[in-house]
Design a protein around this ligand. Structure first.
Ligand SMILES: Cc1cc2nc3c(=O)[nH]c(=O)nc-3n(C[C@H](O)[C@H](O)[C@H](O)COP(=O)(O)OP(=O)(O)OC[C@H]3O[C@@H](n4cnc5c(N)ncnc54)[C@H](O)[C@@H]3O)c2cc1C
Length: 295
């Protein structure tokens, strides 16, 4: 299958990229790793005549620590980089684990966090991980700038609140409180190169070692038209002493937030069972990681 013809632009600054995007209107698409866009172009689902690359924009591939405050991730940081970056692994664990489960090594070397978020696929790996960490997305056009919480970004399958003239320019994540631990579990039919049948990201915060749960965040993918937070399960966990029983109950409550479908990857009943099991398992893992928290 051949790619349709297009012009390729490599702006060297953000301003130039925004200007091109605004001048070219609906004919232009941003290209980051191209692992989604080029496939869609080959399938003739998308036919942009102009591609604007993010490759040369300074800082877009950087992970910048904000002293004791958080981290700013450039939209063109690859899944491979996120999965092995020590800061992300240590303090923003669900993002590193989710990035490490995206596709296969050859895909992870090109696929970017920006592309994964803007795609808005319900089964994508990074959205639930960003949701439990309450990531803030910065969106810019040639004339506007706004910030939006990742939880408000997704509208439906393949649909987000980004406008055609906007660029996702950064992802900011605040450092979780002390005694926090995270986890990410993805279920697919194969071990690699598989889109999730169900995925679960979790962040738990304890009062201290052996303490009560003071905060809990659970996000689920591939269970509804957009990734969802399991708010009722989170509320149930807050103020409780962590235990396998409590985590099992939270998993059962989490199923109530989902509208899973039956498709070639799995039946609705199987997905519900897996949401319960994987949520409880992810909570256990996050709890162990919280206990191992180091200043
Ligand atoms: C073989 C294969 C396996 C895969 N497996 C998985 C998987 O397991 N899990 C998973 O989640 N995904 C998977 N994917 C999908 C894809 O790899 C990811 O969604 C990837 O993160 C997309 O990033 P990209 O940089 O390649 O995006 P691109 O293809 O470059 O762009 C995707 C879309 O986002 C837009 N875009 C990109 N960056 C920006 C930006 N900064 N601002 C505005 N718009 C932007 C583009 O215009 C385009 O519409 C797979 C794809 C392939 C081909």
């Amino acid at each position: 299958m051949l790619l349709p013809k297009f012009d390729y632009h490599e702006p060297a600054t953000l301003e130039e990229a925004l200007r091109l995007l605004s001048e070219m209107g609906g004919n232009a698409r941003i290209i980051a790793g191209g692992t989604d866009l080029l496939v869609r172009m080959k399938l003739k689902v998308e036919k942009p005549s102009q591609l604007i690359s993010l490759r040369k924009i300074p800082g877009f591939d950087a992970i910048i620590r904000r002293e004791n405050h958080g981290v700013t991730i450039g939209p063109a940081v690859t899944a491979a980089e996120l999965s092995k970056n020590e800061l992300i692994l240590d303090r923003f664990t669900p993002i590193a684990l989710a990035a490490g489960r995206l596709g296969a090594p050859v895909v992870r070397n090109r696929a970017t966090i920006g592309g994964n978020l803007v795609n808005g696929r319900p089964a994508a790996d990074l959205p639930p991980a960003c949701m439990v960490l309450d990531a803030t997305l910065k969106l810019k056009s040639a004339t506007t700038e706004r910030e939006i919480s990742v939880g408000e970004f997704f509208r439906g399958p393949g649909d987000t609140t980004i406008e055609p003239n906007e660029l996702l320019v950064s992802i900011f994540v605040e450092t979780p409180a002390p005694w926090s631990g995270g986890a990410y579990i993805k279920l697919g039919a194969r071990k690699t190169l598989e889109i999730s049948m169900v995925n679960v990201a979790v962040l738990l915060t304890l009062q201290g070692q052996q303490g009560l749960i003071v905060d809990a965040k659970i996000a689920l993918g591939a269970v509804a038209p957009t990734p969802v937070r399991a708010f009722a399960a989170e509320d149930y966990l807050i103020g409780r002493q962590p235990s396998a029983e409590v985590f099992r109950e939270a998993g059962a409550i989490g199923v109530g937030m989902c509208e899973p479908i039956t498709d070639h990857r799995g039946s609705m009943e199987y997905r519900c069972l897996m949401i319960e099991t994987l949520t409880s398992r992810a909570l256990n893992q996050a709890y162990q990681n919280a206990l191992a928290w180091k200043p």
